[in-house]
Write a protein that binds this ligand. Structure first.
Ligand code: ADP
Length: 386
């Protein structure tokens, strides 16, 4: 199951986008609806609320009296905390039930207004942001939903900023134009990314990779992309495993292929194999691999890569004391701190990329870098030479 988080500021058009996604067969789980569901008449949570905040919070017809609850629960911080302590587990459990009910679905979209505020994005394969400038959201809330300017403004002010959302969401859906333009954008997203991602995930296979091309680092947000992936991996496998952004995309100012390299450190490769299914379910299927240390020396690792056709990732799973692991970290550190070395490496990469331009795969490119890496290994991991 491909799990998608969908969010956006109030009035951005989440409902509009979730309807479009539903039209392509995605199951929609609506967080607002669940928040209402758990306090519907007859729900056990109502009794707990009445016990804590008084019988007045239940109206004569057995439904929740929201105004009464708000008056009691927002009276002081302790009451608000008590309300959250009752509401959150109920919502969480009900959400889990909804996901379980659709466990056979290919794509499930969780529509959560406060996805970013509640730091929930790491739990999803992909997070979609419905993006509309705040001023236009304000207008839409006033015209389409009849809110007053003050009300709309204060709601927007209480939510995350656009920058906070950009940092943690993977895909931005611009909904500032006509709904038909958004429909086209979502149609492309479904066809090019969501459906192939879901199919790859199901089959536990990698997405196809295009040709090698060096990109100018200006305007790329590789470190932010890497942090999003690391957050997802840590959420999925636990924080006890160290994860680092390595390779050229981790070095500010260095031209690189649009591939995020990550290194997951494990005590040994048996542990790596035990993580294999979890990593595949997170969107990173893998197999045994080797690092070519040069001079005919090979070192075992596990190599995982992206099921998502929209984001190329090489996930190197290495034993924490391996030569490859120590080298990868040392090399990034060196390139980040030593401008001359960075320039030398950039030049080498450029020369090799030009020489092999048009090669579909990077085999030759990788081989040609070998002698350079051997030299660097002498410098960074001298103990690895007997
Ligand atoms: P959200 O669920 O994110 O709060 P909605 O989907 O309810 O936002 O959209 C807010 C309002 O803006 C709705 O009345 C909706 O019909 C309208 N709307 C959504 N997308 C557009 C668009 N592209 N152009 C004009 N109005 C839109």
């Amino acid at each position: 199951m491909l799990k998608i988080g969908l969010t956006g500021g109030i009035g951005a058009g989440k409902s509009t986008v979730s309807e479009i996604l539903a039209g392509y067969g995605a199951v929609i789980i609506d967080a607002d609806k669940i928040a209402r569901e758990v306090v519907a008449a007859g729900e056990p949570l109502l009794d707990d609320l009445a016990e804590r905040f008084g019988e007045d919070v239940i109206a004569a017809d057995g439904a929740l009296d929201r105004a009464q609850l708000a008056a009691a629960a927002f009276a002081d911080e302790e009451s608000t905390a008590a309300l959250n302590a009752l509401m959150h587990p109920a919502i969480r459990d009900r959400t889990t039930e909804h996901f379980a009910r659709h466990s056979g679905a290919g794509v499930v979209v969780h529509d959560v207004p406060l996805l970013v505020e509640n730091a929930m994005t790491p739990a999803y394969h992909l997070n979609l942001l419905v993006d509309v400038p705040a001023e236009l959201r304000l207008e839409r809330l006033m015209s389409a939903r009849g809110m007053t300017r003050d009300d709309a403004e204060s709601r927007i002010a209480r939510q995350a900023s656009d920058e906070q959302r950009y940092a943690v969401c993977d895909v931005i859906i611009d909904n500032a134009g006509a709904v038909s333009a958004t429909q086209d954008r979502v149609a492309d997203l479904v066809e090019d990314r969501i459906l192939p991602f879901a199919a790859n995930l199901e089959a536990r296979r990698r997405a196809e990779r295009g040709a090698v091309e060096l990109l100018d680092p200006a305007g790329q947000d590789w470190p932010m992309q890497a942090q999003r992936i690391i957050a997802k991996l840590h959420h999925g496998i636990g924080r006890q495993f160290r994860l680092d952004h390595i390779g050229s995309t981790a070095v500010p100012g260095l031209a690189a292929k649009n591939v995020i390299d990550l290194q997951l450190l494990v005590p040994d490769l048996d542990t790596a194999r035990e993580l294999s299914v979890q990593l595949a379910d997170l969107g990173y299927p893998g197999s045994d691999g080797v690092d070519n240390l040069g001079e005919g020396q090979l070192e075992s690792k596990r190599f995982h890569a992206n099921s998502d056709p929209g984001q190329a990732v090489n996930l190197h799973v290495r034993a924490e004391d391996s030569v490859g692991a120590v080298f990868a970290r040392g090399f990034v550190e060196l390139l980040c701190t030593d401008a001359a070395e960075r320039a030398r490496y950039a030049q080498l990469k450029r020369a090799l990329a030009d020489e092999h331009a048009g090669a579909a795969q990077s085999d030759m490119y990788a081989q040609a870098k070998e002698s350079y890496f051997l030299t660097m290994r002498r410098r960074l991991v001298p103990a690895s030479f007997g």
